[in-house]
Ligand binder design. Structure first.
Ligand code: COA
Length: 192
């Protein structure tokens, strides 16, 4: 079994090139997270499910509490991407499978900070954390087929497209294909 995330001494995670960190969400982030949800709702909800089910600060507080529980149990690693003194997005590992040592990576960023390479830097850092600190054997990324920006990022990070699960996701009342990207640890080490 991989090392439990709560026992990892490496949070927060920083990386060269960006003045940013990945760190656990905190109760004190509720107002900021809610403001980010409101100002990015239209663009995020095209691809992500959580904005539509986030109706107020109570939902955000529950989400943050759940991320902390998941960090403690090793079932998830949803982190705040912080720069300039405040969270500007989220990068994380979810669907952590402690039997097979696999996880799924996810990401989003505030419109103001999009297109600066910040998410790419944060993803490389969390991949290093996943493979080197948590001994993951493989990380996946799931994207809706139409999410060209996310798919381009996955490929830049070294993920390979492994298949399309047809009609796999219901989003906003419609079924969509899910594209599965995979990155085994050996491939990540080879391509670094
Ligand atoms: C998907 C998403 C997270 C990508 O964020 P991003 O900021 O574009 O990603 P990156 O950090 O890799 O930045 C890439 C851009 O920064 C530019 N850039 C600038 N400096 C850079 C640097 N030093 N390194 C890398 N890229 C850099 C790149 O040229 C690229 O711009 P382009 O897309 O116009 O070509 C963002 O678009 C988003 O939040 N989308 C909505 C939520 C979503 O779809 N999540 C994924 C669900 S599967």
């Amino acid at each position: 079994m991989h090392q439990r995330i709560a026992e990892s001494p490496v949070l927060p995670i920083s990386w060269p090139g960006d003045d940013a960190v990945l760190r656990p969400w905190r109760a004190a982030d509720v107002a900021r997270f809610w403001a980010l949800t409101e100002s990015n709702r239209a663009r995020l909800s095209v691809w992500l499910g959580w904005p539509d089910s986030t109706h107020g600060e109570a939902d955000v507080a529950a989400f943050i509490a759940a991320t902390r529980t998941a960090l403690d149990s090793g079932e998830g690693c949803d982190l705040a991407l912080e720069t300039a003194g405040q969270p500007v997005g989220g990068v994380g590992l979810c669907e952590i499978d402690q039997t097979n040592n696999t996880a799924t990576m996810g990401y989003w960023i505030d419109r103001e900070w999009e297109g600066k390479g910040l998410v790419a830097g944060a993803c490389r850092a969390i991949l290093r954390h996943a493979f080197d600190d948590l001994a993951m054997a493989r990380v996946e990324l799931w994207s809706m087929a139409g999410n060209a920006r996310s798919r381009a990022l996955a490929q830049r990070l070294g993920f390979h497209e492994e298949g399309i699960l047809r009609a796999r996701v219901i989003h906003r009342g419609q079924r969509h294909d899910r594209v599965v990207y995979g990155l085994p640890r050996e491939a990540w080490r080879r391509e670094r």
